[in-house]
Ligand binder design. Structure first.
Ligand SMILES: Nc1ncnc2c1ncn2[C@@H]1O[C@H](COP(=O)(O)OP(=O)(O)O)[C@@H](O)[C@H]1O
Ligand SMILES: [Mg+2]
Length: 287
């Protein structure tokens, strides 16, 4: 289970408040120096020590001795801050099973206060699985967090552009490095053994690429791994943090690569032959 969920109930509001203060100070320091700790918080010295001790025990901060000694927040600490905020904002109420533990994100199922099922994606850009096991090697430092925050915001904005005209998960909220979208029941296209009628599925994916293009958006990371196929055969396109506007100088290259990936998959798996130039022409040909 996600560390932040394991400790969610045991963490006190004062722990979270202090963690937020550390986060703020962390914008200026890689390691928040010991002698800065009284400046970042109004708490009396012994309370600061008490809170740090607790955060340490929860393993959401770590103490490092570099040029000077100080503290920094570990990834589960940022997960906790994001989750606490999403709960406070009435976006989330309960947490469920893992949907996908990937190279650059961990995605979990969750419930909103209205009992809608949602997907919660915690970005971990630049944090490899190896790094997560050895908690001392979160390198290069806090860059993962800045990149992951940017990615969550960008994906949310991209989804806002195309939803609901393009079949994508509903964008619901983001906080820090964490993105909440509507849950899709289905499987990655890359994982399905067989499809009864692959041709209409391909056409439907390409239709969505065309609709996005007409809106002015290119996915930029499209492949069989980022298409979800529902049990009824409908498809959705997920994973949009790399989207670009069609006015972007690289947009033609990105569109070609997206479409090539999809055509290659359908050729390899189902023997469907489509001409790339013709297909690109149809996508760019308007509504
Ligand atoms: N809205 C969603 N509903 C259901 N499953 C999802 C949803 N978003 C992501 N997933 C699952 O999590 C996996 C990873 O999500 P994705 O957005 O592709 O991130 P990444 O590939 O960067 O790890 C997906 O392949 C899918 O299995
Ligand atoms: Mg993906």
């Amino acid at each position: 289970m996600l560390k932040a969920i394991e400790i969610f109930q045991d963490v006190e509001e004062e722990d979270v408040e202090f963690l937020r203060e550390l986060e703020k100070a962390g914008e200026r320091y890689k390691w928040i120096p010991d002698d800065r700790l009284d400046d970042i918080s109004d708490l009396p010295e012994q309370d600061i020590e008490y809170r740090l001790d607790r955060l340490n025990k929860f393993e959401i901060v770590e103490r490092g001795v570099d040029k000077y000694s100080g503290y920094r927040i570990l990834p589960p600490g940022y997960d906790l801050l994001a989750l606490k905020n999403l709960v406070r904002r009435d976006v989330l109420k309960a947490f469920g099973r893992a949907l996908g533990i990937g190279k650059e994100a961990d995605t979990y199922e969750a419930l909103t206060p209205k009992e809608d099922r949602v997907a919660v994606k915690f970005n971990r850009l630049g944090l490899s699985f190896k790094d997560l096991k050895k908690k001392r090697s979160y390198d290069p430092d806090k860059e993962w967090f800045d990149a992951s925050k940017k990615s969550a915001r960008k994906e949310f904005n991209g989804l806002k552009e195309v939803y609901p005209k393009v079949e994508v998960p509903e964008p619901i909220a983001f906080d820090r490095h964490t993105l909440v979208t509507g849950l899709i029941e289905g499987r990655e296209l890359s994982e399905v053994e067989d499809i009864d009628l692959p041709e209409p599925v391909l056409d439907e994916i390409l239709r969505n690429v065309r609709v996005a293009y007409n809106i002015g958006v290119i996915h930029g990371d499209l492949s069989e791994h980022n298409v979800i196929i529902k049990p009824n055969g409908e498809t959705l396109i997920i994973d949009w943090p790399q989207w670009e506007e069609t006015t972007h100088p690289e947009s033609e290259k990105l569109l070609r690569r997206d479409v090539e990936n999809i055509l290659k998959f359908f050729r390899r798996k189902f023997g469907i032959e489509r001409d790339i130039e013709e297909t690109l022409g149809e996508i760019k040909g308007g509504d």
